[in-house]
Design a protein around this ligand. Structure first.
Ligand code: NAP
Length: 265
């Protein structure tokens, strides 16, 4: 278990971030935590070792405010977990610059900017940065063109900064598969989204993150079959083809449901 650390967790109000918050904040671990998200103030039941800090991390001001709070509270942030993120589930067939900008602001720009801020904050001291990327940062699925692009960008970003950054900064990237959280509700914006297979729980992902960070892992694949299935899809292209076809059918069903609901409204 991670003990006696100062930790900042973003996207801690639900899903993977919330599970991490619950595990890491247990009193016996001695961690002090700042937990951030827009709606984090609604959480209750945490001890004095947890500060709930509401902010919009899709903006520069929001990230600045979080770092200011962390620097006022902790002499040093031992672990920064950039986990906040959100999808769109849709057919990408429209012109809308600001919609593209919105998803990149949260999933990508915010994480890249947080990296720079963390590096400056550490100023040569030791630290650990965790990015929740996604299995979709390695293989995009139909319906997630923009979302997967934000995560592919993070995958590229971490490859370069890993080499550029000082040895005192350790970087861990997490690639969860489909996880039971609010993610799909957010993506479907009120319309039911079928989850791609395989599906994990947020607790299982959070446990894998904690274990991976303890062991100093650079990459964490919380689903035991995800690496093997990635290899299988690369060596057997028909498997990949049929998997993607099934995901496309899911998208078509979603679009049909949405159209019917909108007609009925
Ligand atoms: N679920 C999956 O299948 C899956 C798979 C792979 C990777 N991931 C990644 O895992 C991470 C966590 O997602 P999750 O599955 O746990 O989904 P979730 O339950 O929807 O949690 C997302 C978190 O991000 C926060 N957030 C959203 N917009 C924000 C903003 N503008 N500013 C600050 N916080 C914001 C949300 O809180 P507020 O609404 O209170 O702001 C929430 O705490 C994301 O980066 C996601 O891309 C998820």
């Amino acid at each position: 278990m991670i003990r006696n650390q100062t930790i900042v967790i973003t996207g801690a109000s639900s899903g993977i971030g919330r599970s991490l918050l619950e595990m890491l904040s247990a009193k016996e671990n001695g961690n002090r935590i700042i937990a951030a998200s827009r709606g984090i103030g609604k959480l209750t039941g945490f001890g004095e070792n947890v500060i709930l800090f509401p902010c919009d991390l899709s903006t520069e001001d929001g990230v600045d405010a979080l770092f200011q709070k962390a620097e006022e509270t902790f002499e040093k942030i031992d672990i920064l977990i950039c986990n906040a993120g959100a999808p769109y589930y849709e057919r990408y067939d429209y012109e809308d610059w600001s919609r593209i900008e919105r998803i990149f602001s949260l999933n990508t720009f915010s994480c890249m900017y947080s990296y720079s801020k963390y590096l400056n904050h550490l100023n040569g001291r030791e630290g650990r940065l965790v990015f929740t990327i996604s299995a979709m940062g390695e293989m995009a699925l139909p319906g997630y063109a923009l979302y997967a692009s934000t995560k592919f960008a993070m995958k590229g970003f971490q490859q370069a900064i890993r080499i550029e950054s000082p040895d005192s900064l350790k970087i861990t990237c997490v690639y969860p598969v489909s996880t039971k959280t609010n993610f799909f509700e957010v993506g479907g914006a009120g319309h039911k989204v079928e989850q791609p297979f395989p599906v994990q729980t947020a607790e299982a992902v959070a446990k894998a993150i904690v274990r991976g960070v303890e062991k100093g892992r650079k990459q964490i694949y919380p689903c035991p079959v995800s690496l093997a299935s990635g290899v299988l899809m690369n060596v057997l292209p028909p498997v990949r083809y049929f998997y993607l076809k099934s995901q496309h059918r899911m998208l078509l069903r979603f679009l049909e449901r949405k159209k019917n609901a909108e007609k009925g409204a």
